[in-house]
Design a protein around this ligand. Structure first.
Ligand SMILES: [Zn+2]
Length: 174
């Protein structure tokens, strides 16, 4: 017996035990189950809150990526012909291109270039990240390393140029 347990406390404890026994096992079983349900519910709510937070964070990341991509097009030119404000992209090559050059890229096949519109298509974060991480400048450094400095892309030669660049890999350093 602990020093602070007074006799009347002791008798209450006794009463409780008796009451509980009188309740029968079913009563105890019901109460325990309710407690477990409450625990389960609390855990479930916590998990839901965490999921919501994850979702919100992912949405924020998605929005930031999209904002970056959208703003990038404003200060970019087509990676092939140099037209300003390219609203198309090849996410497999990580570049922004104009609508005309997007048609040429399509003709290369998806094993070389996967094309998407900034305005018409849904983008996932991996696709947006590819543009962010590669971009037109880095891409040119790789694919046009050996391109003669005096070479000019024109309406007439752009299609051949794009094929030479990615299909025949004419200008990459070997
Ligand atoms: Zn173009």
């Amino acid at each position: 017996m602990t020093p602070c347990t007074r006799p009347d406390d002791q008798s209450r404890i006794q009463d409780d035990i008796i009451e509980e026994e009188e309740d029968g096992s079913e009563g105890r079983y019901m109460r325990n189950e309710r407690e477990e349900d409450e625990d389960e519910q609390a855990r479930h709510q916590e998990a839901q809150a965490a999921d919501r937070q994850d979702e919100e964070e992912l949405e924020a990341i998605h929005e930031r990526n999209w904002y970056y991509l959208d703003a990038l097009s404003e200060r970019s030119t087509c990676a092939e012909c140099g037209k300003p404000n390219p609203r198309w992209a090849s996410y497999s090559l990580g570049i922004l291109i104009c609508i005309h050059c997007s048609g040429i890229h399509r003709s290369l096949g998806t094993h070389i270039s996967k094309v998407r519109s900034l305005d018409l298509d849904e983008w996932n974060d991996d696709q947006m990240r590819a543009i962010r991480e590669i971009g037109n400048r880095k891409s040119k450094e790789f694919w046009e390393a050996l391109l003669p400095a005096n070479f000019h892309v024109t309406k007439e030669n752009v299609e051949q140029f794009v094929h030479d660049k990615y299909v025949h890999k004419k200008f990459i350093k070997k």
